[in-house]
Design a protein around this ligand. Structure first.
Ligand code: A2P
Length: 292
């Protein structure tokens, strides 16, 4: 298993990061502080999560030097027409002079009232992100995307000056997205798995195959689901928790065998689901990268 990967910028990204989607203000500051004090070096947030100020406070409260932490945030859909301003807003909320990675959250521009902004092209958003990154490498160390299917990546790479460093997508045994994984690996784009446990109340934690492999290594099932990504080339993984014991537990990675990985891979054949399936499918005619 890996403990870090190297981005196409040359920067090192730690394999396991703390996810903060659905981590409410009031819980997330503590979770970030606790994680950083206990060995995590990678935190993932987003403007859309509305918790950047608390994530920033947790970072400060931990006492861990900024340069020892890999910090990711994401451009919110309604800000796609306002890329430089959105970056400044995130930096200010996080209370940091720079972010290690900035992702386009979805290939889906939206208006301020939350509707599809069909008059705007997300390819132009990427151009603006490239401009900001190339002009201010001291503020944004790397740029990437999130929730991009192969079709969308192909459209992007045809015109991109900067190849995204990362594509952050939902990845777990019930949503393997093999086509996206293969494409990104071929192009040197690091995959980051969100909802690796299958998000809240996940059936994967009770799955017999996951539990059988967990028993073999004497670890809780969550560790198998997290370790799965740490055992694949070019992957990082973001387990979310606001619970101390789970935050500690989730950082423990085990080496899986190829047979374990193959068995986990089969789960999708009978137990397919995605945790993130909003009514955004086909949104704005832009499509949503469904898992295949
Ligand atoms: P909580 O944050 O209350 O600890 P995912 O990372 O796939 O999005 O999953 C997050 C969900 O899984 C949250 O509900 C989180 O609860 C829960 N969770 C996190 N770590 C574990 C664990 N080790 N065992 C069981 N549930 C966990």
């Amino acid at each position: 298993a890996t403990t870090s990967v190297t981005l196409n910028t040359g920067a090192i990204m730690p394999t396991v990061g703390l996810g903060t989607w659905k981590s409410a203000p009031g819980e997330v500051e503590h979770a970030v502080e606790f994680a950083l004090k206990n060995g995590y070096t990678h935190i993932d947030t987003a403007a859309a999560y509305q918790n950047e100020p608390e994530v920033g406070q947790g970072l400060k409260a931990s006492g861990v030097p900024r340069e020892s932490v890999f910090l990711t945030t994401k451009l919110n859909n309604p800000d796609q027409r306002h890329v430089p301003q959105a970056l400044e807003a995130s930096l200010s909320k996080l209370g940091t002079p720079y972010i290690d990675l900035w992702l386009m959250h979805w290939p889906a521009p939206m208006t301020k009232d939350g509707k599809a902004d069909k008059a705007y092209d997300w390819l132009d958003t990427w151009k603006s992100m490239e401009d900001v990154y190339l002009a201010h490498p001291e503020k944004v160390k790397a740029i990437g995307v999130s929730n991009f299917s192969v079709e969308f990546l192909e459209r992007l790479l045809k015109v991109a000056k900067v190849v995204p460093a990362v594509n952050q997508i939902e990845l777990h045994p019930s949503c393997p997205q093999d086509d996206v994984v293969e494409y990104c690996q071929k192009k040197g784009i690091i995959l980051t798995a969100y909802s690796p446990l299958g998000s809240d109340n996940s059936p994967l934690l009770k799955n017999p195959v996951v539990n059988k492999i967990a028993d073999k290594y004497s670890v809780p099932p969550a560790n198998i689901l997290i370790s799965l990504h740490a055992n694949k080339p070019g992957h990082t993984v973001l387990p979310k928790s606001v619970t101390n014991a789970r935050i500690l537990n989730n950082a423990k990675i085990v080496d899986l065998t190829e047979e374990d990985i193959a068995e986990l891979h089969k789960i999708n054949e009978t137990h397919h689901f995605r945790a993130c399936h909003p009514a955004w499918t086909g949104w704005g005619g832009l499509g949503f990268p469904d898992c295949k």
